[in-house]
Design a protein around this ligand. Structure first.
Ligand code: FUC
Length: 792
């Protein structure tokens, strides 16, 4: 019976969009909502909406609502060529590193490589809307509920005050490119309040009519040490228009006043003069005009029509995947109560399913058209002028982790802004390759921003990470692997993959054993002890670099064939690939060696597990390499031994690091450990709004966790589709539909008693392909678009 319910659930959710809930519907039961019995006390409890470009955090206060606003390109800073002219000194730095004079190499590197500016500036909030009904919190609010419906992308708030039922809906529409806020009351004339726009600096607002205000701003960057040029930088503009039924609106300064209305809809437009194409502001873009046009396009449209097209668009992405990991009974409890129960040790697989869908929701909300930039460390949701790590594009794990779930979770389009940004930073990346490293091709180091920052930042030890470009372009290759879109491969992916490989071909040098190694680099962000004394980050031939190079060279060889590149490139790549050092198992602890020598690590419980790149997201450590595979398991165990208490799983793991563990255990086919780490991610690194916390909030853990759950259910990195490789006993019953596998497949599965009942696999093209369940493999003949039921 349970099994039948699961199957029906997944089929229904896949084939049709669940009907839109009525305004502020009561408690949900579909496990696709986050909901609460009280308003958010602070930003970390508020609920996010986003359309890939603009977003809002909705607090849901009955009497003094806050809706915090973001626009993806509103960054402080400006373009600056931070590269040092260090090409000439590079061979000497490399020589010293390879000859063991690390102190000498570091001295030269510190003196010559540190970028100028050394730091980037922060992604900034657009501002806040305050919607105030009265001076202080009334005591007689009842029936309070707020809810974020992931299937419609609408945040609802409802409550009763003085016998009147109030309700609100907030959404970020992609088709109309605005944020929409609807406020209703079931008693005519009951809506009297003030809406005020506020930003701590660099912006002002003025009334343009009785119902509309315009916001104008420009980021003024003050002189700040190591942060690049000061000055008047990004321009931005907003527009807020109220359309009221009944009553009256007036506007003055940054406020719109509503008196005795029956219903009010606000349209919020936000724009900047940023251009990805220019990696700069473009003063020919008029953000005020953009906002005016966006509002003018919707004022004549009914609210229901706006909402319907928002839902249709949102659902066309979101509803592609349905999942159930067991009974959804717990969804009738508020989300914070469920989370508290998991923190206290309760088992709630259905909360993991909600977390999985939330990860998909957040990726859609922060990385798709109409947006043009990739999801940053906080997606697009940030309240701080100086955000943690500037809410930047961190390229030594974090931005990559953001996109781990994109393809498998059937949200391929979210990769497009990421891929476009990668292609845009190739140009400054070429300058970094040649000026800083004296090499061909393009590269980038460990942080970046929308202005094309590619030089070494923050510090030479951590900041020298020129393998990052090779890692980034692997995501373009993966986009091809899942979509099989040859035009994309030829036009967008292959040129940047090839150029990243060209960088490696000219940057890598031979070590004493004749192996090709990177130098200088670091194994993010761990330090090692040199046997003769000294602690360093900077090194040569870090295992992660070799693993990434293996992956990129392999991908380039395949891609070159597909696009028909007949140049000598493939021959050069093949020759280089043959000279990469083998991955080693260290004598010291019988684990995967993190560096080229078996150094003692400074922090054995370090949050980065860079040398396990080959296990995940890479492919070079797999069941076909049994010694390395076993050593990878020991590597994780050793990290955890130093990082956490084995029973309580308490430790200093960050959310993203824990999420990486889930993916690692999934690749090790260890469902119990993968599941236990999903629980630990929820219990120890998740805020009540289900945002991941580093701490503070950092979205990579959400995305890494979502990817990990997908990886537990389906893998496809070894030229076969692997069904249910790592489910824990607590997920004994379940179903999933709409996951994607490399090679262009869509996979639905149903399982019971911990065993696969059946899978339905649909291929995008004709052909034969192996499907594995446990030790059994079947080669299936596919016809494009025709579902095949597979049973073992
Ligand atoms: C890396 C990590 C940190 C943090 C930062 C944004 O440097 O080591 O933990 O996630 O990125």
């Amino acid at each position: 019976m349970k099994r039948a319910i699961h199957l029906v659930f997944c089929l229904v959710a896949l084939s049709s969009l669940l009907p839109a809930m009525p305004v502020a519907a009561a408690q949900p039961s579909d496990n696709l909502s986050l909901w609460y019995r009280q308003a958010a006390k602070d930003w970390n409890e508020a609920l996010p909406v986003g359309n890939g470009r603009i977003g809002a955090m909705v607090y849901g206060s009955s009497w003094n609502e806050t809706i915090q606003l973001n626009e993806e390109s509103l960054w402080a800073g400006c373009p600056a060529d931070g590269n040092t002219e260090s090409a000439a000194i590079m061979p000497e730095i490399q020589k010293r590193l390879l000859e063991g004079d690390v102190a000498g190499a570091v001295e030269l590197a510190e003196a010559n490589l540190a970028g100028n500016p050394l730091k980037i500036r922060s992604y900034q909030p657009f501002g806040e809307l305050h919607i105030q009904f009265c001076e202080s919190e009334p005591e007689d609010i009842s029936n309070y509920c707020r809810r974020l419906d992931l299937s419609t992308g609408i945040a609802y708030t409802k409550y009763t005050w003085k016998g009147v039922n109030f309700a609100r809906e907030v959404f970020a529409s992609a088709p109309d490119n605005i944020i929409v806020i609807k406020m209703t009351a079931d008693t005519p004339g009951a809506l009297t309040f003030q809406l005020r726009y506020d930003r701590a600096k660099d912006a002002g607002a003025y009334a343009v009519s009785d119902s509309e205000i315009a916001i104008e701003g420009q980021i003024i960057d003050l002189p700040e040490e190591e942060c690049g040029p000061a000055g008047a930088h990004m321009k931005f503009a907003g527009r807020i228009k109220a359309v009221a039924k009944g009553g009256k609106t007036t506007a003055s300064g940054s406020s719109i006043f509503v008196e005795n209305a029956d219903e009010v809809v606000f349209y919020v437009a936000m724009n900047t003069d940023y251009s990805l194409h220019k990696l700069n502001f473009d003063r020919s873009i008029n953000p005020a005009q953009l906002g005016e046009d966006q509002i003018a396009a919707v004022v004549g449209v009914s609210y229901n029509e706006l909402k319907d097209r928002h839902i249709a668009d949102h659902a066309s992405f979101f509803s592609r995947v349905a999942i159930s990991l067991g009974s959804d009974d717990t969804s009738c409890k508020p989300t914070d109560e469920r989370l508290n129960a998991v923190r206290a040790g309760a088992c709630d697989p259905s909360l993991a399913a909600l977390y999985f869908q939330y990860g998909r929701y957040l990726l859609m909300g922060s990385s798709r058209r109409p947006g043009h930039l990739p999801a940053n460390l906080q997606g697009i949701w940030n309240q701080d002028m100086n955000a943690a790590w500037n809410s930047d594009f961190h390229t030594n794990i974090n931005i990559q982790m953001n996109y781990w779930p994109a393809e498998v979770c059937n949200l391929s389009e979210t990769v497009v802004p990421y891929s476009d940004w990668i292609n845009a930073v190739r140009e400054p990346g070429r300058v970094t390759a040649s000026k800083t490293f004296g090499a061909r091709g393009w590269t980038i180091n460990h942080v970046s921003d929308p202005f094309g920052h590619t030089s070494i930042s923050d510090g030479v030890g951590w900041g020298t990470f020129p393998i990052a470009a090779a890692w980034l372009v692997l995501h373009q290759w993966e986009h091809y692997n899942y979509t099989c879109d040859k035009e994309y491969l030829a036009r967008e992916a292959y040129p940047s993959m090839k150029e990243a490989a060209e960088f490696l071909l000219s940057f890598m040098i031979e070590d004493k054993n004749g192996h090709l190694v990177t130098a200088p680099s670091n194994s993010p962000e761990n330090a090692y002890k040199l046997p003769g004394g000294g602690v360093y980050n900077l090194t040569y031939g870090a295992t992660m670099d070799t693993e990434i190079a293996m992956e990129l060279f392999g991908a380039c060889l395949k891609a070159a064939k597909i696009v028909g590149d007949n140049s000598d490139f493939s021959a050069r790549v093949k020759a280089a690939a043959a000279k990469l050092p083998p991955l080693k198992i260290g004598q010291r602890y019988n684990t995967i060696q993190e560096w080229i020598e078996d150094y003692e690590e400074v922090e054995p419980g370090h949050r980065h597990m860079s040398h396990l790149f080959g296990l995940f997201p890479g492919t070079t450590i797999n069941p076909g390499t049994p010694e390395l595979y076993a050593a990878a398991k020991r590597t994780i165990e050793r990290r955890r031994k130093y990082n956490e208490d084995p029973v309580t799983r308490q430790g200093s793991y960050t959310g993203w690091s824990r999420a990486w563990l889930v993916n690692h255990y999934a690749r090790l086919h260890d469902g119990e450990e993968a599941g236990a780490n999903v629980d630990a991610l929820l219990g120890k690194s998740t805020q009540s709004n289900l945002f991941d916390t580093h701490p503070p909030f950092q979205i990579d853990g959400n995305f890494g966790g979502t990817s990990g759950i997908a990886e537990m259910l389906l893998q496809s990195h070894t030229s076969e589709i692997v069904l249910l490789p790592a489910i824990p006993a607590s997920w004994a019953e379940g179903c999933v539909s709409g996951l994607r596998a490399r090679g262009g497949f869509t996979v639905d599965m149903e399982w019971a008693d911990g065993k696969l009942v059946k899978a339905v696999v649909t291929s995008d093209s004709d052909g034969r392909y192996p499907v594995r369940y446990g030790s059994k493999v079947k080669t299936i003949k596919f016809k494009a678009g025709e579902p095949v039921t597979v049973k073992f």
